[in-house]
Design a protein around this ligand. Structure first.
Ligand code: FES
Ligand code: FES
Length: 186
């Protein structure tokens, strides 16, 4: 069975007809030519395919494209596209990955970056993780970052730099919020 869907991908409205069994990952990569989400395991195990759908991180290999009809999807490419960011249009998390040398082969990196953006938003909204405990204002320490990013695997084991990169991006975001007089959690 086929279905016509409309999805906004990285700010561009795209229309396509898909088999209802088509995953969002295959629709993005094979039908729309958006290749920043990577196919690592295709089974929800590695996080390389992570995208933001409706602002929340999802595994596109486990998401049927038809469920995203009318949705807004953002990939690592889309994060870089906004001209609201400094440093040549890079998102602060992308810049932090470069600053901290948080990758080797880079295959997992788009998924790591998108997942980190979603995770930092979850953290800012006060969502607890399995290691948060009872504290009302947890710090985004190594344990918190590792737990919250545990769905994103890196075969090159670049975690030693990925965690500091995410902490750097979080600190930069906090500085911006403080400068603007906004309340900051964590
Ligand atoms: Fe989706 Fe691995 S390709 S989780
Ligand atoms: Fe190679 Fe993560 S940088 S898999």
């Amino acid at each position: 069975m086929k279905s016509e869907i409309t999805v906004q991908v990285d700010g561009i409205t795209r229309q396509l007809t898909v088999d209802t069994r088509t995953t969002l990952l295959d629709a993005l990569r094979e039908r729309l030519g958006v290749t920043s989400p990577k196919k690592g395991c295709d089974h929800g195990q590695c996080g390389a395919c992570t995208v933001l759908a409706g602002g929340q991180r999802v595994l596109s290999c486990l998401t049927l494209a038809v469920t995203q009809d009318g949705a807004e999807v953002v990939t690592a490419e889309g994060l870089a596209a906004g001209d609201q960011h400094a440093e040549g249009g890079l998102h602060p998390v992308q810049q932090a990955f470069i600053d901290c040398d948080a990758f080797q082969c880079g295959y997992c990196t788009p998924g790591q970056v998108v997942s980190a953006v979603g995770m930092l938003d979850e953290f800012a909204r006060g969502w607890p993780s399995a290691v948060t405990g009872g504290t009302e204002a947890p710090a985004l320490d190594r344990g918190e970052v590792a737990e919250r990013m545990s769905g994103n695997l890196c075969r090159c084991a670049a975690y030693v730099n990925i965690v500091p990169a995410i902490q750097q991006a979080a600190a930069a975001a906090s500085g911006v919020q403080r400068a603007a007089g906004m309340e900051v959690s964590g």
